[in-house]
Design a protein around this ligand. Structure first.
Ligand SMILES: NC(=O)c1ccc[n+]([C@@H]2O[C@H](COP(=O)([O-])OP(=O)(O)OC[C@H]3O[C@@H](n4cnc5c(N)ncnc54)[C@H](OP(=O)(O)O)[C@@H]3O)[C@@H](O)[C@H]2O)c1
Length: 240
C-alpha cells in the first residue's frame, strides 16, 4: 500500500496488519517509514518498507517487483498516497498540474495495471482500493486539480472493474470527507475548518479509522461481489 508513513495511510496499514495481511508499505523516504514501522504495533506481521515515487514509471515497476519478491505474491493494492494542492484555478501552473495528477492519477493507474498483471500472471484474483475524496464527487473552490485527480480515480475504478471482472480483480474507491490528519490541519485555517464541518450532517469529521475500516471491508472476501463502486465515508455530506 502506498503512502503508509502518515495519516490515513498509516491507519489503513495498522488495520490491515491486525487482519493478518503481510504488508509492503511505501514512502518516498524509507528511513522515515522504517522509523514509523519501528514505533507502531504491526501485530507481528511481515512488514516491508519500499521506496516509491509515483511520478516515476521505473519506481513503480521496482516497487511491484520488490513487494512480490519479499512477500511471495500480492493480493491487495491500496492506492492511498496523494499530492494535495489548494490554489485558485487560474494560478495553477503547468508543473502544479503534473505534480498532482501524475502522482494521484497516472501513478495510481500504472501501479494498478502492474498489480493486475501480476495477479493475472499468477492466476489469481485481487482487490484494488484507491482512496479518492468527496472532492472527486462534489464541487469545492480552490481544489480543482486535486478534485479532478480524485474524480478520475472514481471513473478509473469503474472502467478497470469491467475490464478485469472476469479475472476476479475487483477495483473500488473509498471517498472520505475531510479527515483531520496532520497534513490537513496545516492546510485548513480555522475558518475553513468550521465551514467544512458545518456541511457535514453527522457534525464530526471522519476519523482515519473510519477510512481504514472501509478499506478493510473492500479488501476482504465479504466484498467479493463489490466492484467498480465508491464507498463514501463522509458523515452524510454528499447526500445532504
Ligand atoms: N485528510 C483528508 O482530509 C483527506 C480527505 C479525503 C481524501 N484523502 C485522501 O486520503 C489519502 C491519505 O490522506 P492523508 O491526509 O493521510 O495524506 P498525507 O498525510 O498528505 O499523506 C499522503 C502521502 O502520500 C505520499 N505521497 C505524496 N506524493 C507522493 C508521490 N509523488 N509519490 C509517492 N508518494 C507520495 C506521501 O508519503 P511520503 O512523503 O512518505 O512519500 C504522503 O505521506 C490521500 O489519497 C488523500 O488525498 C484525505
Amino acid at each position: 500500500m502506498t503512502g503508509a508513513s502518515t495519516g490515513i495511510g498509516l491507519e489503513i496499514a495498522l488495520n490491515l496488519a491486525r487482519a493478518g495481511y503481510k504488508l509492503a508499505l511505501t514512502s518516498r523516504d524509507t528511513a522515515r517509514l522504517e522509523s514509523v514501522i519501528a514505533d507502531q504495533d504491526f501485530a507481528g506481521v511481515t512488514t516491508i518498507p519500499i521506496e516509491l515515487e509515483l511520478t516515476s514509471e521505473a519506481s513503480i515497476d521496482n516497487a511491484i517487483a520488490t513487494a512480490t519478491e519479499f512477500l511471495g505474491g500480492l493480493d491487495v493494492l491500496v492506492n492511498n498516497a496523494a499530492a494535495a494542492l489548494v490554489k485558485p484555478a487560474v494560478e495553477v501552473t503547468w508543473d502544479d498540474w503534473d505534480r498532482v495528477v501524475d502522482a494521484n492519477l497516472k501513478g495510481a493507474y500504472f501501479l494498478s495495471c502492474r498489480f493486475a498483471q501480476h495477479c493475472m500472471d499468477a492466476g489469481h484474483g485481487g482487490a484494488v482500493i484507491s482512496i479518492a475524496s468527496t472532492h472527486g464527487l462534489l464541487g469545492f473552490g480552490g481544489r480543482t486539480v486535486y478534485g479532478t485527480s480524485k474524480g478520475g480515480l472514481i471513473q478509473m475504478a469503474r472502467m478497470l472493474a469491467i475490464e478485469w471482472a472476469d479475472k476476479d480483480i475487483r477495483v473500488n474507491t473509498v471517498a472520505p470527507a475531510t479527515v483531520m490528519t496532520e497534513s490537513r490541519k496545516k492546510s485548513l485555517d480555522p475558518e475553513a475548518r468550521k465551514t467544512m464541518l458545518g456541511r457535514i450532517p453527522s457534525g464530526r469529521f471522519p476519523e482515519p479509522a473510519d477510512i481504514a475500516g472501509a478499506v478493510r471491508y473492500l479488501a476482504s472476501p465479504d466484498a467479493g461481489s463489490v466492484t467498480g463502486q465508491t464507498l463514501v465515508v463522509d458523515g452524510g455530506l454528499s447526500v445532504a
